[in-house]
Design a protein around this ligand. Structure first.
Ligand code: DX5
Ligand code: ZN
Length: 224
């Protein structure tokens, strides 16, 4: 099932509740929250206190994308704050198996993320531990970057592995997703579509979300 995960990174942080409401009215069914530590990625964003406030404004799943080092230390705080899904980067975690089990032990959905420079093969030992795999289609750290097409074959390969190994993870994609790129990623097999600037960048998040989902569904229909 195709779903739109609205990434609040590009939203107006002074009016987050309103902006989330508009994106939800436009069809977003997941709220994607980018957590950056200034070490793993060259930017700083938010931590558990903001997630806790977001929790009060929406019933949609809060998809917390951790772009941080030492994730194990912070996972309990995000769980307590109300995260529903937590994903960690393969590149930032030397004990990935432990971290993914830790996330699940808290009753939260675990996901694993790979950067554009990381091959999907790096995930072969953890695919059975996750509910979703997030393929980055930009180098993480900032919204509004250009889509990197190398993500498309990675999505396709993840869909093949899933079928071959009888697994159930969902495939998420993040970075540069807009009307002009969504078709290719959906046809490759991505179903959780993260979009920041395409939803919150300019204009009305409700209309933007609706337009993007419409383009996604049309591409899926044309898939055959
Ligand atoms: C980038 C973040 C993304 C970001 C995507 O590091 O992980 O979630 O919000 O922004 P857009 O959709 O503008 O590329
Ligand atoms: Zn993200």
């Amino acid at each position: 099932m195709i779903e739109l995960a609205a990434s609040i990174l590009s939203a107006d942080f002074a009016h987050l509740a309103e902006q989330i409401q508009r994106a939800t009215e436009g069809g977003a069914t997941i709220i994607h929250v980018d957590i950056m530590d200034g070490h793993f990625v060259p930017n700083l964003t938010i931590g558990p206190p903001v997630v806790k406030s977001l929790r009060k404004t929406t019933n949609l799943p809060l998809d917390c994308h951790l772009m941080i080092e030492n994730a194990d230390e912070y996972i309990p705080g995000f769980v307590e704050a109300g995260a529903d899904w937590i994903s960690v980067h393969q590149e930032a975690d030397v004990h990935l198996n432990r971290t993914l089990n830790l996330i699940r032990s808290h009753g939260v959905s675990p996901g694993v993320v790979i950067n554009p420079g990381t091959p999907v093969e790096m995930l072969s030992e953890v695919l059975d531990l996750v509910d979703y795999v997030l393929v980055m289609s930009v180098n993480p750290g900032f919204g509004g970057q250009k889509f990197i097409p190398g993500a498309i074959p990675k999505v396709r390969r993840l869909a093949e592995y899933r079928a071959n190994r009888g697994l159930n993870y969902r495939i998420e994609i993040d970075g540069g997703i807009a009307s002009d790129t969504v078709g290719d990623v959906v046809r490759a097999g991505a179903e959780l579509l993260v979009a920041g600037s395409a939803v919150f960048g300019s204009g009305d998040p409700k209309e933007n979300a609706h337009k993007l989902l419409k383009a996604a569904h049309e591409s899926a229909f044309l898939k055959v």
